[in-house]
Structure formats: structure tokens, C-alpha cells
Write a protein that binds this ligand. Structure first.
Ligand code: NAI
Length: 667
């Protein structure tokens, strides 16, 4: 028996070698420096092991085969030569594995992703055990990079054109699907013994290489297929050429026309280009942001024990109340009671049921709609039902007088330890705290509309809100599967504060004689889902007008537009746009033109980003947020800021703007 330090252990089973690997320092097996180094030593020994008839690679972790590249290592790559060298190490390692004089089999259970699958693809064959956690795929494109360890060459050669979609969409397939697409050669049932099956299978291949029926793929149509794939990608990115997927297509297309050896060289060079791009750095950053905010527990105080929530009360059965209820019903078992005026109850119920039915059609519910609706009680009284609530979310009219009335009545009714959260978007929490009897149990939970589609919630800590209340609101966010950020009380909290220049600067561009099409186009090309003028039109132009008025600013164009009865096409049938989506020419005379300044799309993007980043910087300086990640998470999941740019703060770092403005980076 030969031992390989910490990670790889080679044992013998008859004439077969069994390599068990476990990167014990990590939750999942990844290609850490140590893992790469040890693999080199292992392969050297395997090359010399002339007595072996075959080798099986199996993970020592119960739930994970191999999760691929270590993203910290990828993030550190800065220099093209060093990056090429690092990729060369992978290529050499996998080539040597592939060239071993006997069959090698990857025995997969749990995640087998990215560089983990590339390792398995360099083996002669793969067997996989069916389980909830077995997912097989190359998800790199979703991080702004692409599979650069042979994936763009070996996967198409194994399964043909189907590899293109798998790679571009970063699909992760369950074992059975991976088997039917040809990635996996043998499927082991959920109760099967993976190692035993792997031994039997490897012995079979060793005895008769024809066991594996590999065919030569026909790539005669690769140029046309690659062109189609490019068009598909551009449709998704709304015309933006993001390096990862675009270079992946190039690697597959060019690689399909040459030998594997030459294809791997092409892949390596293109990968260096992709991984050093700002989009790749942004994409990797998003992965880290996602990992952190996927589990709000990570943001709670260490050792915190959440208060059980056995009933939630909602005040207000309007747009937001309905949305919050939908998410509680579909994601938890918690009963909900909602209070509103009698005439609001039936329409609210009908709406909630309709959305739940739509979600059921899309198979997004775990229980029948009737069961979920059975947990909802509606009332127009402050009665026993509300009295039992452990948490009440207030979503009544945005009017301090109404809020005062509601809080005073509620405070008299609820249990002493009940947590109250306001969904206000603009009234300072600190102004409302005086109306509740226990301000330490009062905080903000600012959701985004439509709640069941928008992942973000801002958890707001007012001056008197206790840390325990913040932690309990984070726990509530986790229960209803929201992605939270935490901030202190501040006008617009985080997202609306940082988004503010998106509208203000755009109105300034408009009044400087730039067209609506050019302004909106500049930002959709940057990657935002909706341009600023269209967004105002969709949300309601009067809302933007009133927000500004509330800040003491009377915006000329908005005053004229709203004064003309144009609240937006959806709201009043008239706004900046016509039904077909084109600009309404009759709105143009209402623009309050100022001195002409023609601005390019890039300049508009830079000016808006600069203002956003200045606000983000101020939020950090004032301690409204403790961490730039809160701003980036908020903007990506609250506004659709393009994920591959990593959020405004990260993007400012990547393009050198942070340095230029503040002489330092945020990360
Ligand atoms: P909405 O006008 O759709 O609904 C408000 C509901 O509150 C109405 O059904 C009304 O009858 C009810 N209501 C009024 N007084 C009440 C009382 N005393 N007791 C119980 N119910 C009462 O308003 P929406 O849009 O749902 O907004 C609610 C809150 O959420 C506001 O504070 C708003 O600023 C905030 N918000 C709104 C967002 C949006 O996109 N609509 C986004 C984020 C926050």
C-alpha cells in the first residue's frame, strides 16, 4: 500500500488500484494547491504501477465527489503568463491521467462539477450513484469563465453537440440524466454499492475494452451550430459579449476541427483571456456573495437561538402584504393572519390564490394551493388572531399618520415578545419607533415588488432596534427564503439610496437633449434589465415625482409629465411610452430642456456609476452598512444590477474607479 500524504490514498483490491481522495481542509473537494501537488505525485506512481489492471477514483467525502477549481485560486490569477502556467499544470495532469496504460474509472457520488468533472472526463469511464446530491456538470460559464481544464474539448468529443448547451448554460445534471446524455457510462441506484459496482465495471473494461462503445463525433456542422449558440447567448445577455461564454464557444468550435492535443492548447489560451477579464472577476465575486447570503445564518450573531415563529401577522393586504403572504405560505408551515379594511379582504385572497395557482402550474409549490390557503386567516379586526402572532409585518399605506394609528393599536394588543417589522420604503424607522411600546423589538423588513419574484429583503436596524431583533428578522428572511442584507436606518436604506442617481442623472441627461432611447439603451447595454426612463414609467411616474418632492426637489420634467396626467402607461394609459413600447412623441414637448450636452453611452454609464459609488462610499463611512458586500448584494438581487460585474462597488474596484475617486478599493 502506498500512502499519499493527506489527500490521496492508494489501496489495492485484487489487481485494481483504488484511489480515495479527501481534501480534508475544505467542506468539498476542490483543486487546492496541495491537492494539485499531491495529484502530481500520485500520477507519477500510477504511471509506474505496471502490476495494475485498472484504477478507480472515489471520494472519501460522504456527499461530494469533486467541486472543481478552488475559486480563491482563480480569483488570485492576475498575470497572463502565470495563469497559462497554472492551467498548463492542470492540462498536463489530466493528459497523464488519460494516458495511463490501463482503464481508469471515476466513481461519482455527490457533486461532480467543473474541474471535478474535467478530472472525471480524463478517466476512461464514469459511473455515478443516483442521489439527491449527485449533480454533474460544468457550471463555469455562470461565473463568467468557462471550463478550461479540458472540458470544452473532452465533453464534445464524448457526447457531441449536446455539450455546447450544457457548457453555456452551466447545467448541472442528476446522475440519470448524465447517464442518458452519455457523460456517465453506468448508473448505480440509490441503494447500490458504488465501490463494488465500480470494481465490477473496471474489471469488465479491463478484460474487454469494447465494453465501452465510443463513437467518433461528427462535427461537420460545427460552424453553423456555434453561430446559433452565439446568437442564443447574445439573446440572453441582451447583446453583451460576455467573455466566458463567447470564448467557450470559440474554444469548442476551433477545438472540434483539430486533434485533442491542439484543441487543449486553444482552450488554454482562450481560458487565460477569459479568467483575466473583469467579468470573470465580477462573476467569481458574485459566487462568494451568493454563498454568504444564501445562508442568512452566516449574518446572525454567533450562537444566536432564533425565537420560534408560530404565527405571523400582516397588516395591509395591498401589493406588498399580498406578496409577503405568498412567500410565507409557500416556503413555511407557519399560519398567517392578515388585517385590512373589509373591502380589501376578498380581492387580496383572490390575488394570493391566483399567484399560488400560477406557481403550482410551474411546479414551484410543495403542497396543494388549498392547503396553503388553509393557513391564511383574513380579518378586519385587531382580535385574538393577531394577538397570537410572534411576528407582525406592517405594510399599510405609506403615511406616517396611518402608521402611527396602526402601531399604537397594535402595541396594545400583541404579546410582549412579539417582533414588529415595518415594510416602509421611505418613512424613517426612528420616527415610527416612538409609536410602539417596545422599540427594541421593532425593526424594518423592506421587501421588493413583486415579493415572490424578488429575492432581496433589507433588514433595518433602527436606533433602538436590538441586535436580537435584527437576528430574528434575518431568521424570518431565511425561513421565507429571502436573501437579506442588514443596514441602519437611512433615507432609501441601501438599494433605493444607491439607485437614486440612476433616475436623477438620467433625467439630467434627458434635459440636456439626449433621447430617451439613447439613455435607456446605455443602461440596458450595461446589463441592467430595464432602462431608467422605462423603469419610472412602469413603476409609476408619480412615485418618482413624489419621492423627489418629499426630498424638497421639484423635478421640472416629472412635474410637467405628471401634471399632464401621465403616471406611466400601465398606471394611467399614458406616460413616456406607447403600448408598443416605443417612445410617445407627445411627451417630448414636456421635457424641460436645459443646456445641450450630448453624452455617449459609456459616459452616461460612468457618470451614473460614479454617483452610485459615491453614495455607497458614504453609506460605509456613516456606518449605515458595515461591508461593501451589503451594497453589492442589494443592487444585484434588488435591482438586477448585472451580476457579471459583481455589483457597483466591485465593478468600481475592477475598472479602477474606486482608486480614482477615493485612492483605494472597497475590497
Ligand atoms: P397598497 O396601497 O397596495 O396597500 C396598502 C394596504 O394597507 C391597503 O390594502 C389598505 O387598505 C391597507 N391599510 C390602510 N390602513 C390600514 C390599517 N389601519 N390597517 C390595516 N390595513 C390598512 O400599498 P403597498 O404598495 O402594499 O405598500 C405598503 C407599504 O409597503 C408602504 O409602506 C410602502 O412604502 C411599502 N413598500 C411598497 C413597495 C411597492 O413597490 N409597492 C415596495 C416596498 C415597500
Amino acid at each position: 500500500m502506498t500512502s499519499y500524504g493527506k489527500i490521496y490514498k492508494l489501496t489495492k483490491e485484487g489487481e485494481l488500484g483504488i484511489v480515495t481522495f479527501d481534501v480534508s481542509a475544505e467542506g468539498m473537494n476542490t483543486w487546492t494547491r496541495e491537492a494539485i501537488d499531491e495529484a502530481g505525485g500520485l500520477i507519477e506512481d500510477l504511471e509506474k504501477a505496471s502490476d495494475l489492471k485498472g484504477v478507480i477514483f472515489i471520494s472519501g467525502k460522504p456527499e461530494n465527489f469533486h467541486a472543481g477549481a478552488n475559486l480563491n485560486l482563480l480569483d488570485e490569477m492576475k498575470d497572463p503568463e502565470d495563469t497559462a502556467k497554472a492551467m498548463g499544470v492542470f492540462h498536463t495532469m489530466f493528459n497523464r491521467l488519460e494516458a495511463l496504460p490501463y482503464p481508469t474509472v471515476a466513481a461519482i457520488h455527490g457533486h461532480c462539477l467543473g474541474g471535478g468533472l474535467e478530472f472525471a472526463l480524463a478517466c476512461t469511464a464514469r459511473i455515478a450513484k443516483e442521489s439527491k446530491t449527485t449533480l454533474i456538470g460544468l457550471p463555469e460559464c455562470s461565473l463568467g469563465i468557462f471550463p478550461g481544464g479540458g472540458g470544452t474539448q473532452r465533453l464534445p468529443r464524448l457526447i457531441g453537440y449536446g455539450a455546447i448547451e450544457l457548457i453555456l448554460k452551466g447545467k448541472m445534471l442528476p446522475a440519470a440524466k448524465a447517464h442518458s446524455t452519455g457523460i456517465v457510462d453506468l448508473l448505480v441506484g440509490p441503494e447500490g454499492d458504488l465501490l463494488k459496482e465500480a470494481i465490477r465495471f473496471t474489471e469488465k473494461i479491463a478484460a474487454d475494452p469494447n465494453t465501452l462503445q465510443r463513437k467518433d463525433q461528427d462535427f461537420s456542422q460545427i460552424d453553423a451550430v456555434a453561430d446559433m449558440a452565439r446568437q442564443e447567448v447574445l439573446k440572453v445577455t441582451r447583446g453583451r459579449e460576455i467573455p466566458g461564454p463567447m470564448l467557450a464557444i470559440k474554444a469548442i468550435q476551433e477545438g472540434a476541427k483539430v486533434t485533442l492535443e491542439e484543441g487543449l492548447k486553444i482552450e488554454k489560451n482562450l481560458f487565460v483571456e477569459a479568467v483575466l477579464s473583469n467579468q470573470a472577476k465580477g462573476g467569481i465575486h458574485i459566487f462568494f456573495l451568493k454563498t454568504m447570503s444564501d445562508k442568512p445564518k452566516n449574518m446572525m450573531t454567533k450562537g444566536f437561538e432564533p425565537k420560534p415563529i408560530n404565527k405571523v401577522g400582516i397588516l395591509g393586504f395591498g401589493t406588498m402584504g399580498r406578496g409577503i403572504i405568498i412567500d410565507i405560505l409557500r416556503n413555511t408551515q407557519i399560519p398567517v393572519v392578515v388585517k385590512d379594511v373589509p373591502q380589501a379582504l376578498e380581492p387580496g385572497k383572490t390575488f394570493v390564490k391566483k399567484i399560488l395557482e400560477k406557481l403550482a402550474e410551474k411546479k414551484k409549490l410543495k403542497a396543494p394551493v388549498e392547503d396553503l390557503m388553509g393557513r391564511l386567516t383574513v380579518t378586519s379586526e385587531y382580535g385574538q388572531e393577531l394577538k397570537e402572532a410572534d411576528l407582525v409585518v406592517e405594510a399599510v399605506f405609506e403615511d406616517i399618520k396611518v402608521k402611527k394609528e396602526v402601531y399604537e393599536e397594535l402595541s396594545q394588543l400583541v404579546k410582549e415578545d412579539c417582533i414588529i417589522a415595518s415594510n416602509t420604503s421611505s418613512i424613517p424607522l426612528n420616527a415610527m419607533a416612538q409609536y410602539v411600546s417596545r422599540p427594541e423589538r421593532f425593526g424594518g423588513a423592506h421587501f421588493f415588488s413583486p415579493v415572490w419574484l424578488m429575492q432581496l429583503v433589507e433588514v433595518i436596524q433602527g436606533a433602538e432596534t436590538s441586535r436580537e431583533t435584527v437576528d430574528n428578522l434575518l431568521n424570518f428572511a431565511a425561513l421565507i427564503r429571502k436573501r437579506p442584507i442588514v443596514c441602519k436606518d437611512h433615507p432609501g436604506f441601501v438599494v433605493n439610496a444607491v439607485l437614486f442617481p440612476y433616475f436623477m442623472k438620467s433625467l439630467e441627461f434627458l434635459e440636456a437633449g439626449n433621447t430617451i432611447e439613447n439613455i435607456d439603451g446605455a443602461f440596458t447595454r450595461f446589463g441592467l434589465p430595464v432602462g431608467p426612463i422605462r423603469l419610472m414609467d412602469e413603476v409609476g411616474i408619480d412615485i418618482s415625482y413624489n419621492v423627489l418632492k418629499g426630498k424638497g426637489m421639484e423635478q421640472g420634467t416629472l412635474k410637467n409629465v405628471v401634471g399632464d396626467g401621465r403616471m406611466g402607461f400601465k398606471k394611467s394609459g399614458k406616460g413616456f411610452f406607447l403600448e408598443d413600447g416605443s417612445v410617445d412623441p407627445t411627451v417630448l414637448p414636456l421635457i424641460s430642456l436645459k443646456e445641450k450636452r450630448e453624452i455617449s453611452a459609456e459616459q452616461m454609464q460612468t457618470e451614473v456609476l460614479t454617483e452610485m459609488v459615491k453614495i455607497g462610499h458614504a453609506l460605509l463611512e456613516k456606518g449605515i452598512v458595515s461591508d461593501p458586500r451589503m451594497i453589492d448584494i442589494g443592487m444585484i438581487w434588488g435591482t438586477g444590477f448585472p451580476a457579471d460585474r459583481g455589483g457597483p462597488m466591485k465593478w468600481a474596484d475592477l475598472i479602477g474607479l474606486s482608486d480614482e475617486l477615493f485612492g483605494k478599493t472597497f475590497y
